[in-house]
Write a protein that binds this ligand. Structure first.
Ligand code: NAD
Length: 392
């Protein structure tokens, strides 16, 4: 198949592009490289030394002899070039990762809030609009987040895959309907993903676009069989307080002997998936497109759930590095349960990688190898969800 990967220079996008290319798909990466500029803005760098895009692509050509095309383009702002690209390539599938994806970054300041909304909503809107004009038969696979469901209001019920049966009551009448699961975003970033859902629903209904929305858990790990082939193919490893996700951050802290920083009581339960499974899920999603005119297909892309303090204690037992509780910068419930249905991807053939499969050691080894690149002053989150009131 011909596949365009939007955001293909990022953490999930790079590993996915290589995996799809290794599977024999013809891959075009689109990225405006903003994530590399954000590293400069924040004064941090990926723990792993990621190479410039031309070097990455050269290494892939030398390793697998399967060229990947790269187009530098802002998906949110450069509509005409995006539509022309879709018309030229005529992709069978478009994988959409091209969004600002860090909740703490989205909460940093008024500028960061507005940038995250502008970038994410306009990117998704432009992709859908350009598909209608240039490639209405293509299948869009979008990376959404488990965070659209929220973490506080599930009342112990299993979170379904996107839709829920509901009874509407109005003026003494009742009707049973199936609706999108009520959204409950916990940050500006998560809110943009709930807005994406409405755009998808509209374009699937009105224009018959084929859309899969993957509600992904927190990704951990850094390498895949393809990124391991050559050191120039190394994937990003974010460890800083804005972009570092919780499990990778703990494993990296353990590797350098920094206390494992838990926000609040650590009673938050979250869904997780290894980067190897992320890339496999996307390959599975591409192989099984919904029909034109069907409702948006939503799959929960996660393999297991864990309470944050349990993870910290497990890694502390593994490595001897102590756990340190910090004030929680987020406005979220201190404790929550989380039960999630993920039947669709399992039925499509996903064999989940588990935390117990030995891959945590691999992450610690990668972090140890590059420990001299770590700036320990950047590990702790500095964004605050609630603006402190000015002192009287
Ligand atoms: P990332 O920041 O590493 O990658 C995103 C890529 O998109 C970057 O290379 C960036 O330069 C590019 N990009 C952003 N805006 C763009 C634009 N307007 N035009 C062109 N390119 C643009 O993020 P990631 O961790 O790879 O996440 C990818 C997607 O997966 C995101 O949409 C995110 O919401 C979703 N997701 C990630 C995780 C996770 O744990 N990493 C969890 C759930 C969902």
């Amino acid at each position: 198949m011909k596949v365009i990967v939007l955001g293909g220079d990022g953490f999930c996008g790079w590993a996915t592009s290589l995996h799809l290319s290794a599977e024999g798909h013809e891959v075009t990466i689109v990225d405006n490289l903003v994530r590399r500029r954000t590293d400069e803005e924040l004064g941090v760098q990926s723990l792993t030394p990621i190479r410039p895009m031309p070097e990455r692509l050269q290494a892939w050509r030398e390793t697998r002899n399967s060229p990947i095309e790269f187009v530098e383009l802002d998906v949110a702002k450069d509509y005409d070039r995006l539509e022309a690209l879709f018309a030229r390539v005529r992709p069978d599938a478009i994988v959409h990762f091209a969004e600002q994806r860090a909740a703490p970054y989205s909460m940093k300041s008024p500028w960061h809030k507005r940038y995250t909304v502008d970038n994410n909503v306009n990117a998704t809107s432009a992709v859908l609009c350009a598909m209608v004009e240039a490639c209405p038969e293509a299948h869009l696979v979008h990376l959404g987040t488990m965070g659209v469901y929220g973490y506080g209001k599930t009342k112990g019920m299993t979170i379904p895959e996107g839709y829920i049966e509901a009874t509407l009551r109005s003026a003494g009448q009742e009707a049973n309907v199936e609706i999108l699961y009520p959204v409950d975003p916990g940050s500006i970033y998560h809110m943009t993903k709930t807005l994406d859902q409405l755009l998808f629903q509209y374009y699937a209904k009105n224009d018959g676009l084929k859309i899969t929305d993957l509600h992904q858990g927190i990704v951990w790990g850094t390498s895949t069989p393809e990124t391991d082939l050559d050191e120039r193919l190394v994937n990003r490893f974010d460890y800083d307080g804005d972009y570092g996700t919780v499990l990778n951050r703990f494993l990296m802290q353990a590797a350098i002997g920094h206390p494992l920083t838990v926000h609040g009581s650590g009673g938050q339960t979250r869904a997780f998936i290894h980067i190897r499974d992320t890339v496999r899920c996307i390959a599975l999603a591409i192989r099984s497109a919904p029909e034109r005119g069907a409702r948006v297909r939503i799959m929960n892309q996660m393999t297991e759930t864990h309470r944050v303090r349990d993870l910290a204690e497990m890694i502390s037992r593994m490595t001897g590095v102590p756990v340190e509780h910090r004030d929680n910068p987020r406005n979220e419930m201190a404790e929550n349960d989380l039960v999630v249905a993920n039947d669709t991807l399992i039925k499509l053939g996903l064999e989940p990688t588990r935390l117990s499969d030995g891959l945590m050691d691999e992450v610690v080894r990668v972090a140890e190898k590059h420990r001299e690149r770590c700036d320990t002053s950047r590990i702790v989150c500095s964004s605050l969800w609630i603006k402190p009131l000015a002192a009287e």
